[in-house]
Design a protein around this ligand. Structure first.
Ligand code: NAI
Length: 738
């Protein structure tokens, strides 16, 4: 359906020429009634004429459109809006576009140069928009455009006055977006680039000619349409291209210690870290920005007094602020827990993960009198989670963390035999590793669960502690059970299953009592509209989908499951489990059907049974030619790692395929420490990933196939920062010659 503006009344300021004229014509062409405002001034704001606006109105009317002219300055904001009300009875859309320039180097900028620019751009936009605001509020619809400029965003020589006013408009838009949201008034800001009389003094003539204002107009129309829900956005637009901008904030560093004066030396000593954009965050509201700053207060407050030299103290402050000391924590054991259960818990769990008597196959998990009565394999997380639930982590030395900031990031479960349906199980939990992800810390908790002396299952909980990173720890761990992305083809099977409104209320009875899943006010504190479903509940859904699809609901076929929790599910939403069979490994991805949001990613279930290659072999790269090259690269990294890290500073992932199937995975880490080569899944951040067949990889390495050609012919696929491939070519050329 094409976007219509029938019935809408639009005011475009400064619409006598340039960009404004194009907007006015485009709105009118799609049925809007347009007020064409223009003072008819020269580019510096001098003079006045009605001719400019009149011509545009004539052009619109000649094409059968609706328009009236207005010749007031935007400084008479009320009058412009009055024109719209007089002519068309309402005002729906305001495009603040009028503008002039008075460029001078800063030292030569006069009061008048400064004031005029501010009066037209910033104050003019304020006055016009304020005059329209209550009308928009009452009718619960409004769309406002502010026109900023690259000069404001980035700074530009000779445009101090203009830059300041233009970025002032962005600030104005940011707040209007917040205040207008609940009235369906959306405000967005554009930084256009187009040839016009304003740019003809700074751009070469052929550029002025080619960068047509009409390339910008479609963006303005879209942002002003009722279908567009964007609010508070900032966009650069020109030449038919549109990009969005946002703020980025480094992880930063705490430069203050409890009960001690803050010193400029501490700032100096932390400078690199303050300015390091690795793992930068993207705060998008004052609340988000403030929250993290305020949390520093308690982090510093809970700190022990640190003595020593200022530099040592600063480093200690940085590490103790997050309260994590991996050397102390890793290897620590939590107090063992015991779990007594009967068939009741097994059945309650099965109901909790959505099993129903509607499906006759489910009866074996729901009725203790069934001849094959069994416990669902994923019940294996229940006895082991007690270690976490009882707050055991809090007792570990070196893990001084804020428990309100803990998220369940990933889960791995492996069964060594089918679970019993009653009995007494004991679990022993160990801190397997602690990783520093910058924005947070990841705690890997390994839990072994025993039936008497017999080990029956192993769980790895991967717990993310928001804000606890930056303690100088390693980023990845060979102990981590890594998620594995699914193959790139369409899924082999899809199961859709609805959760009920009470799914979380039911699931929690299996032992996860976190109020986040039942108490609306608690959920609100966590930033959720309503209580969310347990991640491990969706995990249970997905696992039983696989069990039914590929293992005939036979729990003894179930070997292991891994998932990464990506987004919350709301009770009542439907889960869509997509499955890909690769030998005994069933890759899975779970989405919320209603929103298409991925909720479980990098997930898989390993089954016992069929005779194909075991999952291990799939990732080990056995029998591949490329393995020799990687072995050589590995040796070079050992010798020259540190030097390469300095030169390259990137992490490259390789997915080697054989006969169209994933056959091996390698990661060349030339960013962390003194570099390393990893085989198999990698848990850290990879900058760029290449997928290529074993044969084509060899051709590239031997110089028989040009990598660029391989890329364009689809033989070499690249994900991530493609620019880094240039650096890779250097390594392959210099270091992998066999
Ligand atoms: P333009 O000079 O063709 O259009 C501006 C219009 O505003 C003129 O018709 C002028 O008569 C009118 N105007 C000036 N003062 C006024 C006032 N007090 N009341 C009512 N109308 C007034 O220039 P262009 O390039 O179309 O610029 C449109 C907007 O886009 C301006 O706000 C400009 O700062 C902004 N912009 C343009 C860029 C470009 O590459 N063309 C780059 C960045 C920003």
């Amino acid at each position: 359906m094409s976007l219509s503006f029938e019935g809408r009344v639009v005011l475009v300021t400064g619409a006598g020429g340039g960009l404004g004229k194009e907007y006015a014509l485009a709105f009118a062409e799609r049925g809007a009634s347009v007020v064409v405002n223009d003072l008819g001034a020269d580019t510096k704001g001098g003079g006045k004429s009605s001719a400019a606006a009149d011509k545009v109105v004539e052009e619109i009317r000649a094409k059968g459109g609706k328009a009236v002219a207005n010749y007031d300055s935007v400084e008479d904001g009320e009058k412009l809006i009055q024109s719209a009300l007089d002519a068309f009875g309402r005002i729906d859309i305001v495009v603040n576009n009028a503008g002039i320039l008075r460029d001078r180097s800063f030292a030569r900028t006069s009061d008048l140069d400064w004031d005029l620019i501010h009066r037209v751009h910033l104050r003019g936009s304020f006055l016009v928009t304020r005059a329209a605001w209550n009308h928009m509020k009452n009718q619960k619809f409004g769309r406002i455009i502010m026109t900023t400029s690259a000069a404001g965003i980035y700074g530009n020589f000779g445009q101090a006055n203009y830059s300041a006013a233009k970025l002032g408009m962005l600030g104005l838009a940011n707040t209007l977006a917040v205040e207008g949201r609940k009235y369906n008034i959306h405000t967005n800001t554009i930084a256009p680039v187009a040839g016009s009389r304003l740019t003809e003094t700074v751009m070469p003539p052929d550029l002025v000619e080619s960068l047509k204002p009409e390339y910008v107009a479609p963006m303005v129309l879209w942002l002003c349409h009722e279908q567009c829900q964007e609010n508070g956005g900032l966009f650069e637009v020109g030449a038919g291209w549109i990009g969005k901008l946002r703020w980025e904030r480094s992880q930063g560093s705490i430069v203050r210690q409890k009960n001690q004066p803050t010193s400029p030396e501490a700032v100096r000593d932390q400078w690199d870290k303050i300015c390091d954009f690795t793992d930068a965050t993207k705060p998008s509201s004052v609340q988000e920005s403030l929250q993290s700053i305020v949390s520093v207060l308690s982090r510093v407050d809970s700190e022990e007094k640190v003595s020593g030299s200022p530099t040592a103290a600063a480093a200690a402050a940085a590490s103790s602020a997050s309260g994590i000391n991996p050397t102390e924590a890793v290897g620590q054991k939590l107090p063992p827990t015991t779990f007594n259960f009967t068939h009741t818990q097994c059945i309650l769990y099965a109901l909790g993960v959505g099993m129903s008597t509607k499906d006759p196959d489910h009866l074996r998990f729901l009725y203790e009198g069934h001849s094959d009565f069994s416990c669902l394999p994923t019940f294996g997380v229940i006895p082991s989670q007690a270690a976490m639930m009882d707050g055991g982590l809090g007792s570990i030395p070196g893990l001084n963390i804020d428990f309100t900031q803990v998220l369940h990031g990933e889960q791995y479960l492996e069964l060594y035999k089918p679970l019993p349906t009653s009995g007494k199980l004991t679990s022993e939990a160990t801190i397997a590793d602690v990783l520093d992800k910058g924005s947070g810390a990841v705690i890997l908790l390994d839990v072994n669960t025993y039936d008497g002396k017999e080990l029956i299952c192993y769980n790895q909980f991967s717990v993310f502690v928001v804000g606890a990173g930056g303690f100088g720890g390693k980023r990845s761990s060979e102990k981590a059970k890594a998620p594995v992305p699914p193959p790139k083809r369409a899924p082999d099977a899809v199961v859709i299953d609805s959760t009920t409104r009470d799914q979380a209320a039911l699931y929690r009875l299996s032992g996860d009592w976190n109020p986040l899943h039942i108490d609306p006010s608690f959920a609100a504190m966590g930033g959720f509209k309503s209580p969310i479903l347990h991640g491990l509940c969706s995990f249970g859904f997905a696992a039983r989908h696989v069990l039914k699809q590929y293992a005939d609901n036979d729990p003894s076929r179930f070997k292991a499951i891994k998932v990464r929790f990506v987004k919350p599910v709301m009770p009542g939403q439907s889960l869509q489990t997509e499955m890909w069979k690769e030998g005994n490994r069933i890759h899975i991805q779970c989405k919320v059907k209603e929103t298409d949001a991925v909720v479980l990613s990098g997930a898989y279930v390993d089954l016992h049974g069929a005779s194909e290659a075991s999952p291990e072999n799939l990732t080990q790269g056995g029998g591949l030619q490329s393995q020799l090259v990687f072995a050589e690269i590995g040796r070079r990294i050992k010798d020259l790692g540190a030097e390469l890290v300095k030169k390259v500073n990137a992490v490259f992932g390789w997915e080697i395929t054989k006969d169209g199937k994933n056959a091996a995975q390698w990661t060349i880490d030339l960013k962390n420490g003194s570099g390393a080569l990893h085989e198999g899944p990698f848990s850290g951040k990879v900058d760029v990933t290449f997928t290529v067949s074993d044969e084509d990889f060899m051709e590239v390495v031997q110089g028989k196939l040009n990598p660029q050609k391989a890329f364009f012919s689809g033989k070499l696929k690249v994900r991530g920062n493609i620019m880094l491939s240039q650096k890779l070519e250097v390594i392959l050329k210099d270091y992998a010659k066999l």
